[in-house]
Design a protein around this ligand. Sequence first.
Ligand code: F0G
Length: 421
Amino acid sequence: MSASRACLTCASCGRVLPVRAPDTSCACGGLLEAQLGQQLGGRALRARFDARLARDDAGQGSGVWRFRELLLPGRGALVSHPEGNTALYRRAALERFTGLADLRLKHEGENPTGSFKDRGMTVAVTQALRAGARAVACASTGNTSASMAAYAAQAGLPALVFVPAGKVAAGKLAQALAYGARTLLVRGDFDACLRLVREASAALGITLLNSINPWRLEGQKTIVLELLQQSRWQAPDWIVVPAGNLGNTAAFGKALREARELGLIDRLPRLAAIQAAGANPFYRSFKTGFRRRFEVQAETVATAIRIGDPASFERGVRAIRETRGVVAQVSDAEILAAKAIVDGTGIGCEPASAASVAGARQLRRAGVIGARESVVCILTGHVLKDAESVMDYHVARRRRGSNPPVEIDARVASVARFLPR
Ligand code: F0G
């Protein structure tokens, strides 16, 4: 690494801003990216991160702030729950379902508000406070708003949430209300919400906490850093991630680029970004070799990724190119089938999360991923986020393998027939 200081740079016009700047995007409209300052080498950094894990005291035990050298420079209080420290699971049923012999699932639904968003939010809210924010806002398909509401509550910042009316899972909406965010149900889709919140925050001097905000991505890098650490710094062959607004895809690409440059790892995993077929602008673009960019009218059961015009498109492209990655699309039926298997192992996840497992299965079948390659699928959100989809699957529609509840009289005789013979 160069001996430069940490800063923010604009991906479009090249402008350089100091780290403590309150800006969350460039005056030219381009997206800002955090640049690491001078760093220790990989061996020394690994030793430091591993020692913190052993002591378990980094940033009060946070699986994000353990990696603080690679996140937000400068000192000050942290707004941390704490977050991170999510498990990596192996399940035989999922290996059979996908045809992959070495498959692990990293469950980001185990974060404090039930999704990976907490990793980005702890960094972005910490930075917002340091930069003197008076209020924070985001557009959301649900999880970002739940997470922002919780961290804003902890920080004592007023929070304004913009969500598409009627298109947010009840668990997520309930969280935003419970944590005390002022919640606006916008007549329009997520893309309309994002346009509105960008304009409103610029006009009203509110700090924008969508993944456009560079500090969100810095925090989300720790999904990859933590999974590398859990793998003793041996990178898997593939990391498979659901893709909507492309914040995670971009953050994963940046984490891997930096991890390789610093010598934390010596080879890059390939990224596979998985979209819902009804919300597939990134997949369509991939099919043209990224020569064209698309905007679609999005519709999918996986409401978390019901997004037609992803904000981090350019940096998503960079992440896929730099990791020799791929983009795939999966149907709603494939998503629900994969979710039923994940749920049935006792792990559980929300529909969008299951896109990663459905995508891994499809890429294995197409021969893109080899049967013996090591794969980590990211589960992005908790099963209880979207209880409606579970009830719809098992009760209302009775799909294959569905498990409806049975009403009985309160007598032992009514119970016996439910025991396996
Ligand atoms: N999975 C879940 C559960 C999500 O909530 C999201 C995004 C994604 C995957 C896609 O991640 O946008 O980084 O590509 N949810 C955002 C929100 C849009 O508002 O909660 P991405």
